[in-house]
Design a protein around this ligand. Structure first.
Ligand code: HGY
Ligand code: MN
Ligand code: MN
Length: 425
């Protein structure tokens, strides 16, 4: 049995959700999406998605970290469900597809099964996870990591944003402090449909990617403290310039990537602040965030050790102190080969060419992979797949093709009889 989702209906929900948290982006001249986790915009988008879920006849529940799940009952509710999902929070300069495609695509799958009058053996669920991006509360994949047990609920609840607001208080404020237990019933399988956010599929000229796994991620905050001094009177040799050391770290991080010493390392300093930022004062303090990515765990460790040693020696040389704070760390996560092959076979059945690829971005799937067989289906992006910018764009056809793969793979999983633990039959 093959189903095809309603392409126009999916696209209309993507267009509608994009307006929640929309802003005029000066850098690109485009309408972007700013829907940071647990903000009013996120709350409005959550309510809109819940309304779509209810309209599709789904049973909705919210857990204690604000994850939302919607269930389409199967014939045998005693069997583990098949789960789809992703996130609807965005970065501050976001686009319309990152995360939302997997959530709205999952809801569209439910509508499509309803329209076709299809009853499945297993329950099917679609959900969205809290704070996948990590840009407000400082660690990514927060909600799914709590579900998988990597981050304790209590720790997650106490995380604060730049204004000192806690996750727990913000969940209450927006009315998504649910009571369902965050360590949810283990699914039979989890599939996430997501834009690739990079150039691989576009370069291959295909809409579909079968994702083999996710590379490792390291997020750290580095605070450097030197000494404020007069910009005019202080001799260069007498300075303890925290800003200089921070800038040297940025340059070294890039050198590490270009050198090849650390494999396919990618380093990003996305946040760089200098004390009071006074033109005529040597900065006494600098704070930077360092995002490292590597498809090889050992080379990631080597990169972290190298930059730590570099900072120690450079800071000492300039009479500056250095303090590191760990924000996030996840190892390389391989996805279930059985589900990868199911997705590939589904794409073939649908006549959709695809490539297999590792994910450069982190995803909720990398957390859920710890509790059940998990894989992802990627959708190609335009403009070289650029993402985390209002230039992020995938065509209606690519979005629909990816959601068709999701729908048919989930349908096959939802009719699988009780199988042995682990591998998908
Ligand atoms: O940071 C990431 O890779 C993801 O977008 N949260
Ligand atoms: Mn995402
Ligand atoms: Mn993202």
């Amino acid at each position: 049995m093959t189903v095809r989702i309603n392409r126009d209906r999916l696209w209309s929900t993507l267009v509608e959700l994009k307006e929640i948290g929309a802003y005029d982006d000066a850098a690109t001249g485009l309408r972007g999406v700013r829907r940071l986790a647990l903000t009013d915009a996120d709350a409005e988008a959550r309510r809109r998605c819940v309304a779509w879920m209810v309209e599709a006849g789904l049973r909705v529940r919210v857990d204690r970290i604000g994850n939302v799940y919607a269930t389409r009952p199967g014939r045998d509710p005693s069997l583990p469900c098949v789960l789809m999902g992703s996130h609807i929070d965005t970065v501050a300069t976001g686009g319309a597809f990152d995360g939302t495609l997997g959530v709205l695509g999952g809801i569209e799958v439910m509508r499509t099964l309803n329209d076709a009058g299809i009853e499945t053996l297993r329950d099917i669920e679609v959900g969205f996870f809290t704070e996948e991006e990590g840009v407000r509360f400082g660690t990514d994949m927060l909600g799914s990591a709590v579900t998988a047990g990597r981050i304790p609920l209590d720790h997650a609840h106490k995380l604060t944003d730049a204004d000192g607001k806690t996750v727990a208080d913000e969940l209450v404020r927006i009315g998504f402090d649910g009571d369902a237990h965050e360590r949810r019933p283990v699914p039979h399988a989890y599939i996430e449909c997501h834009i690739e956010q990079g150039p691989i599929l576009a370069d291959a000229g295909v809409d579909i990617g079968i994702v083999e796994g996710v590379q490792s991620i390291s997020w750290q905050r580095l605070t450097l403290r030197g000494e404020a001094a007069h910009a005019g009177t202080t001799p260069i040799s007498a300075r303890h310039d925290a800003g200089l050391v921070a800038a040297l770290v940025v340059v070294e991080a890039r050198r590490m990537c270009d050198s090849g010493e650390f494999g396919q390392l990618r380093a990003t300093v996305g946040n760089f602040t200098l004390g009071e930022g006074q033109t005529n004062v040597v900065p006494h303090e600098a704070t930077i965030t360092l995002d490292l990515r590597n498809p090889d765990d050992a080379l990631m460790t080597a990169a972290e050790q190298h930059i730590a040693a570099y900072v120690a020696s450079t800071a000492t040389h300039h009479g500056v102190t250095a303090a590191w704070e760990r924000m996030a760390k996840t190892a390389v996560v391989p996805f279930d080969t059985g589900i990868q092959d199911l997705l590939a076979a589904t794409a073939e059945d649908l006549g959709l060419p695809y490539v297999r690829a590792m994910s450069g971005a982190g995803h909720d799937a990398q957390e859920i992979a710890a509790i059940c067989p998990t894989a992802m289906v990627f959708v190609a992006g335009e403009n070289g797949g650029i993402s985390h910018t209002p230039r992020e764009y995938s065509t209606p056809t690519a979005c629909a093709n990816g959601t068709d793969v999701l729908a048919n793979a989930v349908l096959r999983l939802a009719n699988q009889p009780q199988s042995g633990a682990g591998a998908i039959i």
